[in-house]
Ligand binder design. Structure first.
Ligand SMILES: [Zn+2]
Length: 498
């Protein structure tokens, strides 16, 4: 039988059934009521659940936006996965022994039901605004950067004041009274992208590397299941930041937090896409749950002053400060790309000293180093020190050039508009792919190699393209990409599609 999304009632029944069957592992509570008097349910999952509040915790929130059904479904499936497997899977057992999961599958039950039964594209809650309009965007109703607006009919109406809504008050009340929460993940759809939190006014912070690495390591687990790689995008100036969002509220309380945008539609077809999204996100969630203990006040403190002492073409020396402690050692990770996972595959060295020498590096290459302190017995890790990033020197007989094409030399040629093709150069938006109006569109760019000495031997050349989709994330897979190099002398006329 074709599986369908669970309703609010079905989800509620499922949760209480779990509590009946696994009373030592899961409890269900209502953290508040919605406008239409529905309970906002929170599941607590942990081994010996009576002691759950004493352990470091991950907070999961789903379906804050009514039409983003993935959150509710993923939350329910994650609980089901833990309960069905913890007895036979030592990794899950270990994770719920030392960490607690607080999970709100649906923070917006009224909106969710309205979306399911009346208007699937509904986004807000169901407050009666008193002027014939309904709803507040809950993810604009938190206090950090709250932006008052009068447009009650807007899809992003922020409500009369911060926490004016029973749904946001409910989660605030829970978070404020549970200081053991160390990580918060807010599940939305769509985009296949992580949006880690940022300080609203871009104040100094130490947690930037933690935020990106948590997402990168989750991404590694997603990639293992489906081969997909989510984007990781932190808002930086001058990006317009989201006012009054849950993510920034949690981060303002010292919680490592991120929004995860799952899938490529708000409400994907269940069988084709939804099950794939769930399957890839469950191992990522399990990893994140296991990280909760590494961010508690009882975990080792973060390494101070992690820095580069010296480097040349093939090696480097790194050093850091840490109080003398025989129970602590350090893990050093190395990546050649930013926002890549720090895990067994990238672990470069272990030492209990306060410096590290790395050799056999490639010349003229970017490297990223990361460090965590680890407690020998408990294996609890520290947060990650801000990363060290540098490019190794070149050998005496080497040179490198980074060459960008001029804007006027970048454009596209479209099958159905041969006369207009020359006008497609120098514009910002390149159309690549197939569309009804333009037919097949290729990107064309001309790169001037005059700055390279005539007698140079080119040993390595890289060609980088950063295609963007509508949420400014790197696109993952859109059919086949192919590149070819053309001699400009053979292109008679760029307007000629052939
Ligand atoms: Zn959303």
């Amino acid at each position: 039988m074709k599986q369908q999304y669970k309703s609010y009632e079905e989800s509620k029944e499922f949760l209480f059934e779990c509590m009946k069957n696994y009373p030592d592992i899961i409890t269900i509570q209502s953290i508040g009521k919605s406008w239409e008097d529905r309970d906002i349910l929170l599941a607590t999952v942990s081994l010996n659940v009576a002691y759950a509040n004493l352990k470091p915790a991950l907070l999961f929130t789903g379906t804050v936006h009514a039409r983003e059904w993935i959150g509710n479904e993923l939350g329910i499936e994650f609980i089901d996965y833990i309960l069905k497997n913890y007895k036979n899977n030592p990794e899950i057992l270990k994770t719920i022994t030392y960490n607690t999961l607080y999970l709100v599958p649906c923070l917006n039950p009224d909106g969710f039901e309205y979306s399911r039964t009346h208007f699937s594209f509904w986004r807000k809650n169901r407050r009666n605004n008193g002027d014939g309009t309904y709803g507040v965007d809950l993810n604009r109703n938190f206090s950090v950067g709250y932006n008052k607006s009068k447009h009650t009919s807007s899809n992003v109406y922020s409500g009369p004041k911060p926490f004016s809504e029973p749904e946001t008050r409910a989660i605030k009340g829970f978070v404020d009274t549970h200081p053991n929460i160390t990580i918060a993940l807010d599940y939305h759809s769509q985009g296949n992208v992580f949006f880690p939190a940022h300080k609203f006014n871009h104040e100094m912070e130490l947690e930037g590397t933690d935020l990106n690495t948590l997402c990168a390591n989750m991404n590694y687990h997603i990639n293992k299941i489906t081969g997909r790689r989510y984007g990781i995008n932190r808002g930086k100036p001058p990006t317009k930041l989201i006012s009054g969002s849950g993510r920034e509220y949690y981060y303002s309380k010292g919680i490592i937090s991120a929004v995860v945008e799952v899938g490529t539609r708000n409400i994907p077809d269940y069988m084709q896409n939804m099950t794939e999204s769930i399957n890839e996100n469950i191992p990522a969630l399990l990893y994140a749950l296991g990280e909760a203990k590494n961010y508690s006040p009882h975990s080792p403190q973060r390494v101070d002053n992690f820095h580069l002492v010296e480097f040349d073409a093939h090696g480097c020396k790194l050093a850091w400060d840490y109080p003398e402690d025989p129970e602590i050692y350090f893990e050093i990770y190395k990546n050649k790309n930013n926002k890549m996972a720090c895990n067994d595959a990238s672990l470069r060295g272990i030492t209990s000293g306060h410096e590290f020498i790395d050799e056999n590096l490639d010349s003229g290459t970017m490297y990223f180093y990361y460090i965590r302190a680890v407690h020998k017995l408990s294996q609890t890790k520290s947060p990650i020190a801000p990363k060290v990033k540098f490019k190794t020197l070149l050998e005496d007989n080497e040179f490198s050039r980074t060459i960008f094409p001029k804007k006027s030399n970048v454009g596209y040629v479209a099958q159905k508009s041969p006369e207009a093709n020359i006008g497609h150069f120098g514009v910002n938006s390149l159309k690549v792919g197939v569309s009804e109006g333009r037919g097949i569109c290729y990107c064309v760019m001309q790169i001037d190699l005059d700055s390279i000495p005539k007698n140079a031997q080119i040993v390595d050349a890289k060609f980088s393209l950063y295609p963007l989709n509508r949420v400014s994330a790197k696109i993952e897979k859109y059919g086949e990409w192919s590149l070819s190099i053309m001699d400009s002398n053979t292109i008679a006329d760029i307007r000629d599609f052939d």
